[in-house]
Design a protein around this ligand. Sequence first.
Ligand code: PSV
Ligand code: MN
Ligand code: MN
Length: 427
Amino acid sequence: MLLAQQLHDLNAPLVAGHEANYHHLSEQLDQRSAASAAAVVAQLRQFQVAVPSWALGTGGTRFGRFPGGGEPRSLEEKIADVALLHQLNGSSNAISLHIPWDIPTDVAGAQQQLAAAGLRIDSMNSNTFQDQPGQAQTYKFGSLASTDAAVRAQAVQHNIECLEYGRQLGALVHTVWLADGSNFPGQQHFRGAYQRTQESLAAIYGALPPDWTLLVEYKPFEPNFYSMVIPDWGTSYALCQAMGPQAQVLVDLGHHLPNTNIEQIVGRLQHFGRLGGFHFNGSMYGDDDLTTGSIKPFQLFLIFNELVDSAQDATVHNPAVAYMIDASHNTKDPLEDLLQSTDNILTAYAKSLLVDRPALQAAQAANDAALAEDLLRDAFLTDVRPLVAEAYRQAGGALRPVAAYRQATHRAGLIAQRGRHALATGL
Ligand code: PSV
Ligand code: MN
Ligand code: MN
């Protein structure tokens, strides 16, 4: 953590410039009808996006791993890293855990550390895509969809254990992402694999506490490249329908084939009231797990445009969406990457709040494509950085989180404390 005085000193040289920019933008926005600067900042301050424990270290490729030093080696150190992020941006108030990488050894200590930093546990995540030392059955040919009943039972039991760890730490969400599938034509019986997955999920759902949500994440490729058992939102949706109202679909931005219209999927799932989770990342090709918004900021804006449209529509009854960043790679300092992702997410959200929605709806009703597109562009092309900075400032954070993190030489401190070769447990 940084000292409050340190943060104050880091902000001090930027305050006058920020206030001038904020004032200028406020005046501009007051001349439009959509939303005032203060109203957007208030919405930004509400928005929280969880950090997964596995994004705090380098990784992201199945080839080399090139750690930059000072990675968190324990759950305690992972919580400390997220506490720093939240201190800098006021928008990272939750951490997602992966079992067995994050099995809590000191539950009371973890609870205390979380409370002191204003953090909570977001989602528990099971791992049935790797074999662990000493495990009785192998997941080489799948887990919840396996043809072997003993493998399925082991995978179901593992998920139930995740619920128990999560219960101890106050989590209310469990996420299932399956690597199950096949690499070769004919290898797997499609209907049989689906049926077995549905039965396994029903067993996990049966153990779900009544106030929890079970999220089902889909992915069309990798590690299986001919077929994945849960490749698309339709399959996730059908599995959730079969389980019951506590099951929801999770959309991961990187889990789509190139050019998929993800914003339409978001709108469709919200219409069904089944969008429960969202994993942010950036991608050029597939599950690249790059910084969110680094490659396709307009797509990110269009997705937020759907989310805001649904949130402002009283006829939509979608539960609160669990937002998480799911990105991790070798090139950047992971904490800088997470700060940048959060910044890009808040930027896209702020822009979507500026859309003149009544005018857009009127243009849509009149089939005026040019005007509708212009209304979106007006919002997208507005420089909202002063609004995002103001949200950070009101939360007691840094006007420019990445710059503050660098100037505080925080990574050097972590390397001194944890070691140059400290490696986070994870992918
Ligand atoms: C694998 O593709 C993956 O990246 C999924 O997106 C999960 O959410 C994540 O790993 C953690 O299990
Ligand atoms: Mn994901
Ligand atoms: Mn992924």
